[in-house]
Design a protein around this ligand. Structure first.
Ligand code: IMP
Ligand code: MG
Length: 182
């Protein structure tokens, strides 16, 4: 375990098992439609997006969108800014947004509105992690991996100041790492 991690919340094997389960379910649901477009929300989605796509045995497209929210680095401010838009025309496509974590829900609420204006055939949301305690915007998530407590987590794509994304597990960061005395 990395020394900055207080404890492991979800071990790598459990993450992988859940992602496989989610991929199977998505394939079951979308197979009759014949096609799906995964839209990953950079950068937190990267590991999840790659593993989920490999676990979903059907014809699909992959695209990415990037947003940022201003504010303290362990809390989102609610102001969402678009950094990179889609390359794909989604009109008439079955779109699945792939997110690392839903916290306040403000990012997903914003993205939902943004994508719906382009008339996709359908729009669903998939998130690996959910922090129900922090929800502000009431967005319906169609595929959810794990509910987690209100703690700041890193690993499997999730970062603190761009570090720890490569950890294979979901871990709780030691408070002293992000509450350094000045
Ligand atoms: P929102 O509050 O639901 O809009 O979440 C916005 C973004 O904040 C997520 O997509 C993550 O990138 C990031 N985020 C929220 N909670 C955590 C966390 O515990 N660790 C790392 N990133 C987080
Ligand atoms: Mg994110």
């Amino acid at each position: 375990m990395h020394p900055d991690i207080d404890h492991i919340l979800i071990p790598a094997e459990q993450v992988q098992a859940k992602v496989c389960e989610m991929g199977q379910q998505i394939a079951l649901d979308y197979a009759p439609l014949g096609d799906v477009l995964f839209v990953g929300v950079l950068k937190g989605c990267i590991m999840f997006m790659v593993d989920l796509a490999r676990a979903t045995p059907m014809l699909m497209g992959l695209d990415f969108i990037a947003t940022s929210s201003y504010g303290k680095s362990t809390e989102s401010s609610g102001v969402v800014r678009m950094l990179k838009d889609l390359d794909t025309d989604i009109a008439g496509r079955h779109v699945l947004i792939v997110e690392d974590i839903i916290d306040s829900g403000l990012t997903l609420e914003y993205l939902r509105g943004h994508l719906l204006r382009r008339n996709p055939a359908s729009l669903r949301i998939c998130a690996l992690l959910n922090k129900p305690a922090r929800r502000i915007a009431n967005v319906a998530v169609d595929y959810m991996g794990f509910d987690i407590p209100n703690e700041f987590v890193v690993g499997y794509g999730l970062d603190y100041e761009e570090r720890y994304r490569n950890l294979p597990y979901i871990g709780v960061l030691k408070q002293e790492v992000y509450q350094k005395p000045y």
